[in-house]
Write a protein that binds this ligand. Sequence first.
Ligand code: CP
Length: 331
Amino acid sequence: MTVQLVRDDLLPPADPPPRRHLISIGDLTRDDVARLLATAGSFERSLEREMKKLPTLRGRTVVNLFFESSTRTSSSFELAAKRLSADVMTVKSSGSSVDKGESLKDTALTLAAYDPDVIVIRHPQIGAPTLVSRVTGAHVVNAGDGKHQHPTQALLDLYTIERNVGPVGGLHVAIVGDVLHSRVARSNIQALTLMGARVTLVGPPALIPRGIEAMGCEVSTDIAAIGSADVVYVLRMQRERMEAGANYVPSLREYTARWGVTPARIRPGQKVMHPGPMNRGVEIDPVVADSVDALIETQVRAGLVVRMAVLYDLLTHGPVEVESEVAQEVA
Ligand code: CP
């Protein structure tokens, strides 16, 4: 019997590609961000077609594991995986065996038994995504861990700014409100400064972490500091993360009076963003939230294509010709 050899049979087996995760904006270079945003742009064009589903991740499995409430992040990761033809499973801690005391490690090991390619995790504890990356073989995406990081939120915010205001480099973004408890603020400060924006944090002294200027931003306790910003990024007052009995502000009424983003404090054409969910009438006036300069629903739409890009990029190990994939629609 003759054994047929082809050239690659004579080569040593290739090392498996390194497993990649997205746990922090600190994992990314400027080139990575630019590539992800360009990929998201290609996916946005693909969604203009009548047939929106692409075959790109057919046969891949994405597990969404949510230990905290979510509307935007959870729904957009699920839809992103479905639009790319992956099998997707969403597990929420409430109603799962977490209610019976199962640990994060055992929950992760249990779901890892299905060999998921990607685990997307939201958890109230800082470091939970790193733990999951250590105990499973999946690529891990941080969908928010405590007040640490929410990297895909920052990426979708960069995408929204680029598409609706202009190149991020050189823009001035004011981030207003409860920075202390905000993973969105930490991710956005890193992402915006990485891409060359000027960032000013504005809020009550007790809600601005001491020493945060070391991240490359400016700080002001005067709401007038938003006046020169191209974009005013409003943060939610995160009452669920505030220590019981701690007085960060005298009262919510006082907070709104001094730091609320109201029509009188915004000039026409100044763009307003908010990651959601909003406390209308607390950190943002409903008139501002519903104005033509508010990009809040645009951010949600960007979340879908940016999360498609993140899943795609992790699983294809880098830049791939999205345009050619778009051509192969699922029939
Ligand atoms: N912005 C954000 O993370 O929203 P959800 O909590 O609804 O996912």
